[in-house]
Design a binder for this molecule. Structure first.
Ligand SMILES: Cc1cc2nc3c(=O)[nH]c(=O)nc-3n(C[C@H](O)[C@H](O)[C@H](O)COP(=O)(O)O)c2cc1C
Length: 171
């Protein structure tokens, strides 16, 4: 298989793997908030509580995350498509388009997402054209009981209404 063909198939196959959507925030060296939309969030360990996510080497937020001691993970609900798009935009004034405040540790927390995980940076791993950031979860806030946002084949939105019906593959 040619390299380009393999890359296309990789994107197609990995795009078939559904995920949720999160916004990760921290502060830059000037103290200003930075953040981006990600789908690479993953649970890593229970003891200690660790999560991971990956940031593209082309992200303008990379330096801030590399230098910060911590970050905030916000898990989005299905109604937050606009927030998802805002934080996936380049050169956007992301934080003037949402309600947010600084946490006790000085990191930006966006209001009204599904859940918030406050993390200390545990490890950074260079991995190809991305850096994997592993965070140790120091605090958790469940802020809503809405359904999460679903991301699949480059589309994001609600979980289908019949997903939770009996007999559709649930345990
Ligand atoms: C649903 C979705 C998931 C994304 N997942 C990631 C991701 O896991 N890692 C990443 O670096 N970029 C991801 N992106 C792209 C960034 O959000 C986008 O490149 C953003 O503009 C980066 O902003 P920045 O350059 O200001 O940091 C995703 C975008 C969308 C819409």
């Amino acid at each position: 298989m040619q390299k380009q063909e393999k890359i296309s198939l990789f994107k197609e196959v990995m795009g078939d793997y559904p995920t949720g959507v999160a916004i990760i925030t921290t502060v830059g060296k000037d103290g200003k908030p930075v953040g981006l939309t990600v789908s690479s969030l993953s649970s890593v360990s229970i003891n200690p509580l660790l999560i991971s996510w990956c940031i593209d080497e082309g992200s303008s937020s990379l330096e801030a995350f590399e230098k910060a001691n911590g970050f905030i993970v916000h898990i989005l609900n299905g109604e937050q498509a606009e927030l998802c798009k805002t934080f996936a935009s380049k050169n956007a004034d992301k934080f003037s388009n949402c309600d947010w405040e600084y946490s006790k540790s000085g990191l930006p927390i966006i209001s009204d997402t599904l859940a918030v995980l406050e993390c200390n940076t545990y490890k950074q791993v260079e991995a190809g054209d991305h850096t994997m950031l592993i965070g140790e979860v120091t605090d958790i806030h469940r802020t809503s009981d809405k359904d999460p946002m679903l991301y699949h084949r480059r589309k994001f939105g609600f979980i289908p209404s019949d997903f939770y019906k009996e007999g559709l593959g649930s345990k």
